[in-house]
Ligand binder design. Structure first.
Ligand code: ATP
Ligand code: MG
Length: 408
C-alpha cells in the first residue's frame, strides 16, 4: 500500500482512539475508485484543530483559519481538516469565515462535485450521501446540490468543472453547464493565480480539449482573468481546440492558447506577466512562440543556426506549435532530425570551444574588452555549424581575423 495512505490511516486510527471520527475525503477517495494514483490523502475529522495538535507530537499549523493541521508521521505530511461549513463568500473568492461542525455529511455537502464529495472510513467503507459513485460510473461531473447556488458561492468551481472534464474525460451535467452560461460573469473576480493553477492542471490531462470546449462554448473563457482584459483575444473559438490533444508539452499548450488569443510577439511579454508565470516558463513560451510563429522553409544551415541559438527543446516545441498552426510542411525537419543534428553538433556552447578568452588575448596581444565575448560567440556558432573545426589552431586564426573588426 502507498506509504502516504498508510500514514493517513495511522492518523485516522489515532484520532478514533482519542474518540474522534475521521475519514479519508475528497480527491483521494475519488481517485482510488477510478484506479488513479491520488495526489495526496486528505483526512477530515470531527476533532478541532487544537485537539488534533494535542494528539500528535509532530504537527504544523498549515491552515488553521480553515481548520487544517498538517500531521507528520514517518516524515510524511498528512493534512487533517476539521469538519466544517463555509460562511458567506463576501469577496466571491474565499469564504469569509468557516464554522466547524460535527457532522461529516455537512462537510461533504459543501464540496463542489458529487465525485469529490465521498468519504471512506479506516476499514474502506464508502460514505456517499450525494450519489458520487453512480456519477463516477456514469462519468458525470455534477454539482453537489443546485449548481446555480454552488457556483455563486465560488466561481472557481465553474473552471474546476471544466478541468475535471478534461482530466477524467467525463461529461458535464447539463444543469451545471446551464448555470455556467448564466454565471460566467462571476469569474471576473477570480484571482489570476487560481485560474492559472486550474489551467496548469488542465495541461496535465491527456485531452484538455474537452475542458476548453466547455470554456469556449459556455462563453466562460472570455470572463476569466487575465484573458478578460485582452480585448482582441478573449474570445476562444471552438474550432481547432481538439489540437490541444495533439501535443503533451505544457509550454506548447500555453503557446497555442496564447496564439488562439491572437497574441503577437509585441504583446507577448505583457501577457506572460499578467499570467504571472515563472521566469523559466515565460522564457520557454517566448522562445516557442518566436520560433513557432515564424516557422517557414529554411536551409539546413539556417535550421541548425536556430537549433544552436535556441536549443533542441525550444525548436522541437516550436515545431509542434507550427504544426498546430498549420505552418509546418512535410519536408521540414522532424523532431528526430532535429535531435540528430543536435547530437552531431560539435559545440553547443562557448564553453565547449577548444579556445578560451585568455587564449585569444594572448594570441593577439590585445587588451581584454567586449571584443573577446563577441569573438567567442562568433567562433562557437561557426564551430556549431561546422564551418570551422573545433580545433585550437583554426579557431585562433579565425578568431584573430574576426576580433580585429572590433576596436575594443
Ligand atoms: P486534485 O487531483 O487536483 O488534487 P482534488 O479533488 O483533490 O483534485 P483539491 O483542490 O485538492 O482537488 O481539493 C480537495 C477537495 O476539496 C476536493 O476533492 C473537493 O472535495 C474540495 N474542494 C476543493 N476546492 C473546492 C471548491 N472550490 N469548492 C468546493 N469544494 C472544493
Ligand atoms: Mg487534491
Amino acid at each position: 500500500m502507498d506509504e502516504r495512505k498508510q500514514a493517513a490511516l495511522w492518523v485516522m486510527e489515532k484520532l478514533e482512539q482519542a474518540g474522534f471520527a475521521a475519514y479519508l475525503v475528497g480527491g483521494c477517495v475519488r481517485d482510488e475508485l477510478m484506479g488513479r494514483q491520488p495526489q495526496d490523502y486528505d483526512v477530515a475529522t470531527e476533532a478541532r484543530p487544537e485537539q488534533v495538535q494535542a494528539i500528535f507530537p509532530r504537527t504544523a499549523p498549515t491552515g488553521l483559519q480553515h481548520g487544517t493541521v498538517t500531521v507528520v508521521h514517518n516524515d510524511l505530511p498528512i493534512e487533517v481538516t476539521t469538519f466544517r461549513i463555509e460562511g458567506e463568500y463576501e469577496d466571491r473568492r474565499r469564504p469569509s469565515q468557516v464554522a466547524f461542525v460535527s457532522s461529516l455529511k455537512l462537510d461533504l455537502a459543501r464540496r463542489d462535485f458529487t465525485v469529490n464529495a465521498m468519504a471512506q472510513d479506516r476499514h474502506g467503507e464508502l460514505i456517499d450521501y450525494f450519489s458520487g459513485m453512480s456519477d463516477l460510473e456514469a462519468k458525470v461531473i455534477r454539482a453537489v446540490g443546485d449548481p446555480m447556488e454552488r457556483f455563486q458561492e465560488d466561481a472557481l468551481r465553474m473552471l474546476r468543472a471544466a478541468r475535471f472534464v478534461a482530466q477524467f474525460g467525463f461529461s458535464l451535467d447539463a444543469e451545471a453547464r446551464q448555470a455556467m452560461v448564466q454565471l460566467k460573469r462571476e469569474c471576473r473576480f477570480l484571482s489570476v493565480e487560481r485560474v492559472v493553477s486550474e489551467l496548469e492542471k488542465m495541461w496535465k490531462a491527456m485531452a484538455p480539449s474537452a475542458g476548453l470546449e466547455i470554456l469556449a462554448d459556455t462563453g466562460l473563457f472570455a470572463h476569466l482573468p487575465p484573458f478578460c482584459q485582452w480585448a482582441d483575444g478573449r474570445q476562444l473559438a471552438i474550432e481547432r481546440l481538439e489540437r490541444f490533444d495533439w501535443v503533451r508539452d505544457r509550454i506548447v499548450r500555453w503557446s497555442y492558447l496564447l496564439s488562439l488569443c491572437k497574441t503577437d510577439m509585441a504583446g507577448l511579454a505583457a501577457r506572460l506577466n499578467q499570467l504571472k508565470l515563472a521566469t523559466r516558463d515565460k522564457e520557454a513560451i517566448s522562445a516557442c512562440m518566436q520560433l513557432g510563429l515564424t516557422w517557414q522553409r529554411q536551409t539546413d544551415e539556417e535550421w541548425k543556426r536556430r537549433l544552436y541559438r535556441f536549443g533542441l527543446d525550444a525548436l522541437q516545441r516550436a515545431g509542434q506549435l507550427a504544426c498546430l498552426l498549420e505552418l509546418r510542411r512535410p519536408e521540414d525537419p522532424d523532431e528526430m532530425k532535429l535531435a540528430a543534428w543536435w547530437r552531431a553538433m560539435p559545440v553547443k556552447h562557448t564553453r565547449e570551444l577548444a579556445v578560451s578568452g585568455t587564449d585569444l588575448i594572448r594570441q593577439t596581444g590585445r587588451q581584454a574588452g567586449p571584443w573577446v565575448g563577441r569573438t567567442l560567440a562568433y567562433l562557437a556558432e561557426q564551430a556549431a555549424l561546422q564551418r570551422i573545426p573545433n580545433e585550437r589552431e583554426a579557431l585562433l586564426k579565425e578568431g584573430c581575423q574576426f576580433g580585429a573588426k572590433y576596436t575594443q
